[in-house]
Design a protein around this ligand. Sequence first.
Ligand SMILES: Nc1ncnc2c1ncn2[C@@H]1O[C@H](COP(=O)(O)OP(=O)(O)OP(=O)(O)O)[C@@H](O)[C@H]1O
Length: 317
Amino acid sequence: MTDLVISGLKKKFGTLQALDDMSFTVHGGEIFGFVGSNGAGKSTTMRIALGVLSADEGEVTLGGKPLDLAARRRVGYMPEERGLYPKMKVGEQLIYLARLHGLSQEEAKDAMERWTDRLGIAARRDDDVQKLSLGNQQRVQLAAALVHDPEVLILDEPFSGLDPVAVNVMSSVLVERAKAGVPVVFSSHQLDLVERLCDRVGIVRNGQMIAEGTIDELRSTPRTLIDVTVADDSTGSWALPLKSHPSVEIEGQEGFTTRVSIPTGDASARSAVVDAAARTGNLTQFRDHHRSLAELFQNVVVTEDPAESDDAKEAAK
Ligand SMILES: Nc1ncnc2c1ncn2[C@@H]1O[C@H](COP(=O)(O)OP(=O)(O)OP(=O)(O)O)[C@@H](O)[C@H]1O
């Protein structure tokens, strides 16, 4: 399968180091979620991948070959700033874009019809793009990225501003293209959506990839969190004897639920927690807490860099 490989990208804007050795791979057949705070370098990376912008250093390859001008015709790209002609009709515009990518008139017309049907905008084919709502313009933009049957999809915030129906359509199209073997990468601040949809996720900070992997891999930390609920104990007094345990930590209390942490895989620490909770006779729930991508993001981006903007905290909510 075709891999999209981004390696060692560096880019400066004046004195600002926007990308600082940005590297990651999107395998053919997978959906890769590209997340990070505002200004982290996601759009810059995607623009360089498409060749809209040149890198100071580093390279982008597709299937082992440099992504040159010819190969870029086989990329489906959705730019953040969107790039449609407002006064051109939806259908004409998609046919025009497909022709630019080398399709015959007939192939282009077929592809336009197929994608406008699929994306729920068939009734708008004869409307000028500027007459459409923003969400529908975005559907046209996705159709524009897909109309030439690209070998790779690079989408900058494709979900922003979409209604739930459009989110579902967009999601199913991305899953389908990945199943066809296409590497799909998209950026988003909607972390729940990224968690649901992506095979792997990359977290970017200050122009670098700081964490990368499946959600499970990102979750696999040295310590496991356990939520223990003991009826009628809002202070977590049941856990006081654990304070002297060498490897159990009390992390916090919410309502009747105490969060503790133990070293991952430490069976004796787990037994100590189970025993202490069971001794109360009031144990109602005992379960491992699986961190959401939003929590992982918060840990990686904010906790490790307190200077990080409030945006990350906002995104993690
Ligand atoms: N053309 C440009 N000229 C000067 N600075 C730029 C330019 N493009 C991007 N930058 C700066 O580079 C940094 C990275 O920007 P980029 O747009 O790649 O971030 P991003 O991760 O996509 O952010 P967002 O989530 O807000 O879209 C930012 O500090 C931005 O201000």
